[in-house]
Design a protein around this ligand. Sequence first.
Ligand code: G3P
Ligand code: MG
Length: 248
Amino acid sequence: MLSTLPRLIGHRGAKESAPENTLASLREAARQGARWVEVDVMLTRDRRPVLIHDDTLNRTTSGFGPVPDLTLAELKRLDAGSWFDPRFAGESVPTLEEALVLIADLGLGLNLEIKPYPGQDVPTAEIALDTLKRLWPAGRPLLVSSFEVPCLEVAKAVAPEIPRGYLLWDPPADWAAIADRIGAATLNVHQDRQTAETVAAYRATGRPVLAYTVNDAARARTLFDWGVAAVFTDAPGRLAAALADVAD
Ligand code: G3P
Ligand code: MG
C-alpha cells in the first residue's frame, strides 16, 4: 500500500490555505493536487475519534480546554474555521468517519496520525484502527503513524496488514530496535533535525524516510537529495509547482 507514496503529502490537509484538520482543508489539499493527506486523530469524552492536533481546543476552535472534556455533540457546536479566516466560519471538527469518507471520495491516500490525549494511547489506537477497518476502502493507500509506541503496538496487534510509520522527534537510543519490534514500514522524522548522515542511518534500516514539515522548496530538494522519500507540507500546491522536476 506504500507503493504509491508520493513525494508530497498534504499536512493536516492543506494547512497553509485552510483551517487544519477540517473537511475544507482536505478539499483544499485535493484542489491543490495533493495525492495523499495527513491528519491527526484524538478521542472525545464519549470516545468518538475526531480530527484535531492539539490537546486543547483553544488554538483551532471557538472552544476552550482539553479535547476530552467535551462529548462529540458538544464539540460539534464549536467553530473550527473562523480562527483561520472568516470565510471558513461554520467549519466543524470532523469525525474520523466523516474525514475517511471524504478523503476516499476525493481519491486521496491517507496517513492517519494517531495523536492520543495523554494517557489515552490504547483506546485512541483501538478506536482509530477499528474505524479504519470499517470505512477505509480496501486497496486505497494508507499509512498509520504515531509518536506513541503503544499506539503502534496496538495497530500491529489489531491490523497488522496496515503499514505503520514510526514518528520520531528526538529519537531514543534504541529507535532501531523499537522500529523492528513494532514492524515499522516507514520512519517519519522531523525535517529540521536531519543531515545527510541521519537520513542515511535511517535509510540503512531499509525503510522509506518521510520528513515533516517542509514548506520551503529548497529544503525539500535537499532532503530528497539525501534520500528522503516524501515530505509533509502545509502547501502541497506551492511545493509541487516549485518542485515539478522532482515531485510527482
Ligand atoms: O505526521 C507528521 C506530522 O504531522 C507530525 O507532527 O505535530 O504536525 O502532528 P505534528
Ligand atoms: Mg500530524
